[in-house]
Design a protein around this ligand. Structure first.
Ligand SMILES: CSC[C@H]1O[C@H](OP(=O)(O)O)[C@H](O)[C@@H]1O
Length: 249
């Protein structure tokens, strides 16, 4: 079953019929909120608001393990994580949708594994390609069905936050090869992998990153980019869901 993790500006999905909301408690502590079991065009779908609903949990305080555990328990097999991000590559202007194919994790101190030798026995997990190839391709196919532009590939650099970066930090991240920056892509992606759920990220570029494009970054206008972007993302996800349902035996 497909699950969507909604982030900033995507705490609920108007078009989704809610059947049930799960509990927040898990063996790993409280998830950001209960998993919503619902239907889109009559077909089952799961939804979780990463920051809670209403939005209250900051990126560095999210219990990512509880969120992913709750989704697995609810029956998720495939996940699309929706992220707001800023463009380090100056061609990725506000409003652009990006499906990254790589990530670099700059976060610190987050509980980032189930295989910690306590909750589950210690194990190394392959992560050379953090985002599932088929799901990235499915997002592109859905975008073409919905007649929407989608930027293929790129590197999502995930910072600890909650503060934003200095211009020098963004220059360093650009030299590292990052093309977009956000705060929530990890450990979400690895935890999905550890629980054998196929995961892809869909980023909405809401601004240029610090120092990109202009001397002083301006965050003015990001709200309107998010407001305009989330309905487009929901349209794309609805097309993805339709394709997913059609492929079921
Ligand atoms: C300046 S917005 C920062 C905030 O938005 C993103 O959240 P999400 O990925 O859940 O959409 C970003 O990672 C930060 O948490």
């Amino acid at each position: 079953m497909l699950a969507i993790i909604g982030g900033t500006g995507f705490g609920s999905w108007q078009g989704m019929d809610v059947l049930k909301r799960g509990g927040q408690e898990t063996p790993l502590g409280a998830a950001s909120c209960g998993v919503v079991e619902g239907r889109l065009d009559g077909q089952a779908l799961l939804f979780l608001a990463r920051h809670g609903q209403p939005h209250k949990v900051p990126p560095h305080r999210i219990n990512y393990r509880a969120n992913l555990w709750a989704l697995k328990q609810a029956g998720a097999t495939h996940i699309v994580g929706v992220n707001c991000a800023s463009g380090i590559d100056p061609t990725l202007t506000p409003g652009t949708l990006v499906v990254p194919d790589q990530l670099i994790d700059y976060t610190t101190g987050r509980d980032g594994t189930f295989f910690d030798g306590r909750f589950k026995p210690f194990r190394h997990v392959e992560f050379a390609w953090p985002y599932h190839r088929v799901w990235r391709e499915e997002l592109h196919a859905a975008a073409s069905t919905a007649n929407m532009a989608l930027h293929a590939g790129g590197v999502l650099g995930i910072v600890q936050g909650p503060r934003l970066e200095t211009a020098a930090e963004i220059r360093l991240m650009a030299r590292d090869g990052n093309t977009v920056v956000g705060m929530t892509g990890m450990p979400e992606a690895i935890l999905a992998r550890e629980l054998e759920m196929e995961y892809a990220s869909l980023c909405l570029v809401i601004s240029h990153a610090a120092g990109v494009g202009e001397e002083e970054p301006t965050r003015a206008g990001t709200e309107s980019v998010i407001e305009a972007g989330m309905p487009r993302i929901q349209m794309l996800l609805a097309a993805l869901h339709q394709r997913h349902v059609a492929r079921q035996p």
